[in-house]
Design a protein around this ligand. Structure first.
Ligand code: BG6
Length: 473
């Protein structure tokens, strides 16, 4: 029997992203975001969807294309259903809800001086509703929703000018909602550069080089530090975070080369980002990596000072699976972990890995941690109007136990939002059938269905978890 328990006031809830849920992609003055040009591929595959559309020709094609299916354009129509959807979350007892602000809903091209009033009015209603229901809103300012215009004309964060465009957007949001929102995430998963997150977070076109990527990353660091400074000055009680997509990896064997390759992988693919945003400077291992790769970044004295003076307040991360690393023929390579089962999409199921990651982060930073995503993508079947998603409950139960154990290890974890509490469009696949929700949405991969919401078995299970503050698992 574990002696550890969740602290009183622990935040329980769920997280979504605007682009995967809202739909309403071109109404009330909204411009297109990079997610609105992501097509549903005929054969769903990780590499064939995200990051595919971002060169000038394919962007132009997608913007004019009405025939193909662009799943985020309809999402689950949360733009119109948010009230009843949030009421269902409240029925589960949510004390927090995380969502993002769809950047081109507020600044359609990203370069305007004045925000789109109707876009702001939507978030007035949405955030107002979250607060009225007694949930703590957690706002991701940018969750892969850069306006297409900034990608086309500026190559996203590769251009320094985009820092100011981002800040104009972010400070508009902070000014408007700082009395309702305490917790801010400037960027979703800043570290996901080698998977599908790269284009989304940085807004780069295809075919960029590694020098451009890291210069864009640096600009994103500067943007986050400027925003952190602004938030701290304007509302000292607010908290700003760095968000990682956690994938703390294991060595494939105890061979020292595998172990060290794993250390290097974990350094450059995740700690680098939190080290800069929490410790305020570029670590030695990163400087060495850049020099070995022939990368030379433009980092001004002012940038370095800004990063030093404006560390974030807490760490947040998404957790789905762990990786395994080996050193082969001079390269760091990913391996399959023979000890772990995988879901249909190849994501290794590893609850203990979450406790391991939490301990590593705590040992490194001693900063409070919020788990902003975790969940089990799975197809669901309706039987007699019910969805018996025991597989999802099992996954979540083991992961929540692991958090509880980490709290017992002394890690300060103050909240948990599972991913997609209501089914939404999958980020990597574009399909609906990779479902995470406690609430089923009757839409298929092609957007067909009634869109009716149905409580799954996990709905009632999570309700009990929240009610008992994590005792009844
Ligand atoms: C996270 C992203 O990494 O993974 C989400 O922040 C995403 O946007 C989630 O939806 C799950 O991934 P997927 O591809 O299964 O939707």
């Amino acid at each position: 029997m574990s002696k550890s328990q969740f602290p009183n006031g622990f935040l329980w809830g769920g997280a979504i992203a605007a682009n995967q849920a809202e739909g309403a992609w071109n109404i009330d003055g909204k411009g297109p975001s990079i997610m609105d040009i992501e097509i549903l591929p005929e054969k769903y595959s990780l590499t064939s969807i995200l990051g595919y559309s971002h060169d000038d020709d394919s962007i132009e094609f997608a913007l004019k294309d009405d025939d193909s299916l662009y799943p985020r354009r309809r999402g689950i129509d949360f733009y119109h259903t948010y009230e009843s959807d949030l009421e269902l979350m409240k029925e589960m007892g949510f004390t927090t809800f995380r969502t993002s602000i769809n950047w081109p809903r507020i600044f359609p091209k990203g370069i305007e001086q004045e925000p789109n009033k109707k876009g702001l009015e939507f978030y007035d209603r949405l955030i107002g509703k979250i607060v009225d229901l007694g949930m703590e809103p957690i706002i991701t300012i940018s969750h892969y929703e850069m306006p297409v215009y900034l990608v086309k004309e500026y190559n996203g964060f590769a251009s320094r000018e985009v820092i100011d465009f981002y800040l104009n957007f972010a400070t508009t949001i902070v000014d408007r909602y700082h009395d309702k929102v305490k917790y801010w995430i400037p960027f979703n998963q800043v570290n996901c550069l080698d998977g599908w997150g790269e284009y989304g977070s940085l807004g780069l076109k295809r075919g960029y080089d590694i020098q451009t990527v890291y210069q864009a990353v640096h600009h994103q660091f500067v943007a986050a530090a400027k925003l952190t400074k602004y938030i701290h000055e304007k509302c000292p009680e607010s908290k700003v975070s760095v968000m990682l997509g956690d994938n703390t990896s294991y060595p494939a064997t105890s061979k020292p080369e595998d172990v060290f390759a794993t250390t290097q992988r974990n350094q450059m693919q995740q700690y680098f980002f939190s080290d800069v945003m929490i410790r305020g400077s570029y670590p030695g291992y990163a400087k060495r990596y850049f020099s070995e790769k022939g990368i030379s970044l433009c980092i001004t004295q002012e940038d370095a000072e800004l990063l030093k003076q404006n560390p974030v307040d807490f760490l947040t991360f998404s957790y789905y699976f762990t990786g395994t690393i080996a050193y082969e023929n001079g390269d760091i390579v990913s391996k399959s972990n023979p000890y772990l089962e995988k879901n249909k999409w190849g994501w290794a199921i590893d609850p203990l890995g979450l406790r391991n990651a939490l301990n590593h982060y705590w040992d490194r930073y001693e900063k409070s941690i919020f788990i902003s995503e975790n969940g089990f993508g799975h197809e669901d079947i309706i039987e007699d109007g019910r969805i018996h998603d025991t597989y999802r409950i099992n996954y979540l139960r083991e992961h929540i136990k692991s958090i509880r154990d980490a709290i017992g290890d002394g890690v300060d974890v103050f909240g948990y939002t599972s991913w997609g509490p209501i089914d939404i469009v999958s980020a990597s696949q574009g399909e609906m059938s990779k479902r995470y929700g406690y609430i089923y949405v009757d839409l298929d991969d092609h957007g067909l269905g009634t869109a009716k919401r149905v409580r799954k078995d996990s709905f009632y299970w999570y309700k009990d978890v929240i009610k008992s503050n994590g005792k009844d698992l």
